[in-house]
Design a protein around this ligand. Structure first.
Ligand code: NAD
Ligand code: UDP
Length: 339
């Protein structure tokens, strides 16, 4: 099948491009490089040993998007194209709503016009809001989101649900990611945040290579095993493979399906710090800091549905996540080069 990765030059998109190609699929990327660099796509090409058609455009631009569909005959769209910084979304909410929702609407309209019926959407565990019960199961009702970013995921899910109700031929898979970390084992592609990292693992990686002096652990008085927050961290290569399975599923089914992509296991921030130190044989400088607004104390997936229906489950270990993150960061302390 031919797969369009919208936002495919980013962290999850590049890893998905590698796994899609490895599974024998044709890959096309569309990205405006607002949070990624062309070098990332060149590295994917080096890993898969073939040229990947890569289009530089805003995915909300229907005219340019139509040109891609006319040229490439796309079977499945995977929609990664979105802004994703939670704190930034509280400062510029309108840009977040504009970008994250317009991209979906344009994709849906152009897909309809061009007869493409299958879409995989990058959603997030954030749509569950404050967990009332753990683990989080797909049929729990969506909750109250803690940020405009979260609401864009929530609203996109609703838009896609409504589109599927109105058009029974559509096939949409909502993938609710838990906490993707790690990097391809080659160390040539990985997460490349611009500026100060918002997320735990990129921050840890930058402290490990001496780029930042000290990690702040946000809160040590949560009602968890050691007082720090618990999350379900998933290796990005496992996550990428989940998209291959979801795309194959979308080829065979109509309607809307929702899957958690997590491991089902929660680790605390302190456990992650200790694991990173142990696996990479180093010491991380860290200090406790006040809680970060909007953080829930614990969040982890019930991962059974993806296993039963997609035949997918996470295979990589916490050690893999720690080792691969450090390898990527050590080889690329400044991230991808410009240009
Ligand atoms: P990323 O920022 O690395 O990748 C997103 C890509 O989309 C970037 O290359 C960016 O340049 C591109 N993009 C953004 N707006 C665009 C537009 N209008 N037109 C074209 N390209 C555009 O992020 P990621 O970590 O790879 O995440 C991919 C998707 O998964 C996002 O939708 C994100 O919200 C979602 N998600 C990510 C996480 C996570 O922790 N990384 C968790 C849950 C959900
Ligand atoms: N965290 C932290 N220090 C940091 C970044 C994150 O202590 O510099 C904590 C954060 O409070 C949360 C966990 O690490 O408990 C995971 O945060 P992240 O932003 O990576 O993912 P989230 O679950 O918020 O999407």
């Amino acid at each position: 099948m031919k797969v369009l990765l919208a936002g495919g030059a980013g962290y999850i998109g590049t890893h998905t491009a590698v796994e899609m190609a490895a599974a024998g699929n044709e890959v096309v990327i569309a990205d405006n490089f607002s949070n990624s660099k062309p070098e990332a796509v060149r590295r994917v090409e080096a890993l898969v040993g073939e040229k990947i058609p890569c289009y530089y455009l805003d995915v909300a631009d229907k005219k340019l998007l139509t040109e891609i569909f006319e040229k490439e005959k796309i079977d499945v769209v995977v929609h990664f194209a979105g802004l994703k910084a939670v704190a930034e979304s509280t400062k510029i909410p309108v840009e977040y709503y504009r970008n994250n929702i317009d991209t979906t609407l344009s994709l849906l309209e152009v897909m309809q016009e061009q007869g493409c019926r299958r879409l995989i959407f990058s959603s997030s565990a954030t749509v569950y809001g404050e967990p009332k019960k753990l683990p989080l199961v797909e049929d729990m009702p969506p909750g109250v989101c803690a940020s405009p970013y979260g609401w864009t995921k929530w609203m996109n899910e609703q838009i896609l649900r409504d589109a599927c109700c109105a058009n029974p031929e559509l096939s949409v898979v909502l993938l609710r990611y838990f906490n993707p970390i790690g990097a391809h084992e080659s160390g040539t592609i990985g997460e490349d945040p611009q500026g100060i990292p918002n997320n735990l693992f990129p921050y840890i990686a930058q402290v490990a290579v001496g780029k930042r002096p000290c990690l702040s652990i946000f809160g040590n008085d949560y009602p968890t095993k050691d007082g720090t927050c618990v999350r379900d961290y998933i290796h990005v290569v496992d996550l990428a493979k989940g998209h291959v399975k979801a795309s194959a599923y979308a080829m065979e089914h109509e309607g809307l399906a929702t899957f958690n992509l997590g491991t089902g296991v929660g680790y605390s921030v302190l456990e992650m710090v200790k694991a990173f130190e142990r696996v990479n044989e180093l010491k991380l400088s860290y200090q406790f800091a006040p809680r970060r607004p909007g953080d829930v104390s614990e969040c982890y997936a019930d991962a059974k549905k993806a296993k039963e229906i997609l035949g997918w489950e996470a295979e990589k270990t916490l050690e893999d996540m720690c080792r691969d993150t450090y390898r990527w960061q050590s080889k690329n302390p400044q991230g991808y080069p410009e240009g």
